[in-house]
Ligand binder design. Structure first.
Ligand SMILES: [Zn+2]
Ligand SMILES: [Zn+2]
Length: 169
């Protein structure tokens, strides 16, 4: 079972990396993308940057956080436009993003019930970013994260969608 999953994932990444203009190529950092250049010099307040273990970076949403705390978790050093560009082989990446978001919120004292983890599809910025919000809400920003908002996708819904794509292969 595990071997099947692994070989399906590595096969799809081999196909990707051997195809000109492929997804793998498109994932090089894009110098025109503001979330590919998350540095203090560019005005970001970085919460955590993990190049080695997870290849992720977390920073604070300013000036209008949607909650008491509002972080974005993005892949470091690779440009991925949005959840639409994700395949089942990205399940692990999204899981690492979710784990980092949950850990950071927990470390700041937000229990499970006070954590909101979500994507937007389509997003407002074309670099894959996971919203990690600690409640209570900022009332003026809350509507971006309501179930009635058609662009709103929870992190667990997104993981489910990727898992389904894997099963469909
Ligand atoms: Zn980017
Ligand atoms: Zn967003």
């Amino acid at each position: 079972m595990t071997d099947e999953v692994c070989s399906a994932a590595s096969l799809s990444s081999m196909i990707k990396s051997s195809t000109p203009g492929s997804e793998a190529e498109a994932r090089q950092p894009d110098r025109l993308c503001k979330f590919c250049a998350v540095t203090p010099e560019n005005g970001f307040t970085i919460e955590e940057s993990d190049a080695v273990e997870n290849g992720l970076i977390a920073f604070h949403v300013k000036p209008r956080p949607a909650g008491k705390i509002h972080l974005l978790v993005v892949p470091r050093d690779q440009h991925i436009t949005s959840v639409k560009a994700l395949d089942s082989s990205d399940f692990g990446l999204v899981l690492r993003m979710v784990r980092m978001a949950k850990r950071l919120l927990k470390e700041k004292g937000f229990s499970e019930e006070k954590q909101i983890l979500a994507f937007h599809n389509p997003p407002s910025v074309w670099q894959l970013h996971l919203h990690a919000i600690g409640l209570p809400w900022t009332e003026s920003e809350k509507h971006h994260f309501e179930k009635s908002n058609p662009r709103y996708v929870t992190a667990s819904e997104q993981l489910g969608l990727l898992a389904e794509k894997g099963f469909a292969k």
